[in-house]
Ligand binder design. Structure first.
Ligand SMILES: NC(=O)CC[C@H](N)C(=O)O
Length: 432
């Protein structure tokens, strides 16, 4: 009886207001419960002799380069890992986020507090691997419930050797990142490492200037075989019977880009990031796609050179990293943003149609439109901060988006961009 009363007093904040008896003095009832609680706890310990709590206590630390230390509980893999902390505002889609190669070198902090409730399945992956440094969440769902669930999030991360932490104040960390900009952090479950050692590690590592593409790109070319089940293939009537051959440069390509191109009737050859432009031109495809990818676009001059050699010779479509490389190849500059855009709720204005699209985004760098030569048109603008979200150079059959028309996860408002690419290839073929 005593412990039942304790449970009610502790977990139900409305207990005083739902009592069947009129409350002449609610504070005395609270006092009574408090006394009962303390009696109950001390008598339990006395009878079992065990002072251990039944729940897990903090066994992980996130140390940020600004010197702040966040105690948390660990799940997934253990160890010590360094990376850049970014926050993602998507409500769900954590599995697609975990397998997006563009997160290599980063810890993803989900601002939605409740993660893991749908578990994971093996159809929703965006690549063959998790390349990110780790996952930071507020609350790890204690149960998984979804008809497609094959595994829990914790088991999935552990099998892939990816660290996760929960029970950490993700709102406070997000506010810090918004105020001070992106920060490097270290996640550790190793008690032998001091806070000072972890801080030192966070301050001795940087993501700027590092070629992260070479670690995520495929090693040899392959033909994409699309296994998308018909129930997931939306907009399938976008196909007009034509087949266009697209060479897709894999800078860390998300599978949904390939699925969407296939859905629009494209035959796709995926090639590694170092694949020579001359080999691509030899194949004579109808168009070239430059994919998304992790890290600093200024750290991969070889990729910019490849893009330069292809521009003007074939219709091209750049997505995210591909867009940034195109911007550089056209003579423009890219810069690092304060904390970037990561999430499925970014409003973008399509300046040609006048429509606002709610888009999926994931980038820390952007193209400076003022640095672009004449003739290059800014086609899309991010309405949160006015940054450049899309470019076109019609004279050379070039189009690009800073964000993700393939979504996954995120809204499908921008799917039409794939249709535009098809039309670009069609026009180029007709005029050839
Ligand atoms: N999704 C991407 O392609 C990311 C592009 C680039 N790595 C950035 O962070 O800006």
């Amino acid at each position: 009886m005593v412990s039942k009363a304790m449970e009610l007093a502790v977990t139900n904040p409305l207990i005083c207001f739902t009592s069947s008896k009129p409350l002449s003095n609610p504070s005395s009832i609270l006092r009574a419960f408090t006394v009962r609680c303390s009696v109950s706890l001390s008598s339990d310990r006395a009878s079992t002799g065990v002072a251990e709590r039944p729940w897990k206590t903090s066994d992980a630390r996130l140390v940020l380069e600004d010197g702040s230390i966040w105690r948390a509980k660990s799940f997934g893999a253990s160890g010590t890992q360094v990376g850049e902390v970014v926050f993602n505002t998507s409500l769900t889609g954590y599995q697609e986020i975990l397998t997006d190669p563009s997160y290599a070198g980063q810890f993803v902090l989900m601002t939605n507090p409740h993660i893991g409730n749908t578990g994971v399945n093996f159809d929703d992956e965006e690549s063959m691997q998790c390349f990110l440094g780790g996952l930071v969440i507020r609350s790890l769902s204690i149960s998984t419930s979804n008809w497609r669930c094959a595994e829990t999030l914790g088991d999935y991360l552990a099998e892939r050797n990816i660290m996760g932490i929960y029970d950490v104040d993700t709102r406070a960390i997000t506010r810090r990142l918004r105020q001070d900009g992106s920060l490097i952090g270290v996640l550790s479950t190793e008690e032998s490492k001091t806070d000072e050692e972890l801080l030192e590690l966070s301050r001795s590592w940087d993501i700027v200037g590092v070629d992260l593409i070479s670690g995520v790109s495929c090693k040899t070319p392959y033909e994409w075989t699309d296994n998308t089940k018909s129930q997931w293939d939306f907009n399938a009537n976008g196909r007009d019977g034509n087949t266009f051959h697209v060479v897709a440069y894999d800078f860390g390509i998300k599978h949904n880009i390939l699925r969407r191109l296939a859905s629009y009737g494209c035959k796709i050859t995926v090639v590694p990031s170092t694949w020579p432009a001359s080999e691509t031109l030899k194949i004579k495809p109808d168009g070239v796609l430059f994919s998304n990818g992790p890290g600093d676009p200024s750290a991969v001059p070889y990729a910019v050179e490849t893009v330069k050699e292809i521009l003007g010779k074939l219709p091209v479509f750049g997505i995210c990293m591909g867009h940034q490389l195109l911007g550089q190849a056209l003579g423009g500059k890219t810069f690092k943003m304060k904390f970037g855009h990561h999430g499925g709720n970014h409003p973008v204005r399509n300046l040609r149609s006048g429509h606002v699209e709610i888009s999926a985004q994931n980038h820390n760098y952007a193209v400076d439109p003022a640095s672009l030569p004449e003739g290059v048109e800014v086609t899309h603008v991010n309405l949160n901060d006015g940054s450049c979200a899309g470019l076109a150079y019609p004279a050379q059959n070039i189009m690009s988006l800073q964000y993700h028309p393939e979504a996954s996860p995120g809204p499908h408002d921008s799917d039409n961009a794939f249709q535009e690419f098809i039309e670009l290839m069609k026009r180029a073929k007709e005029n050839a």
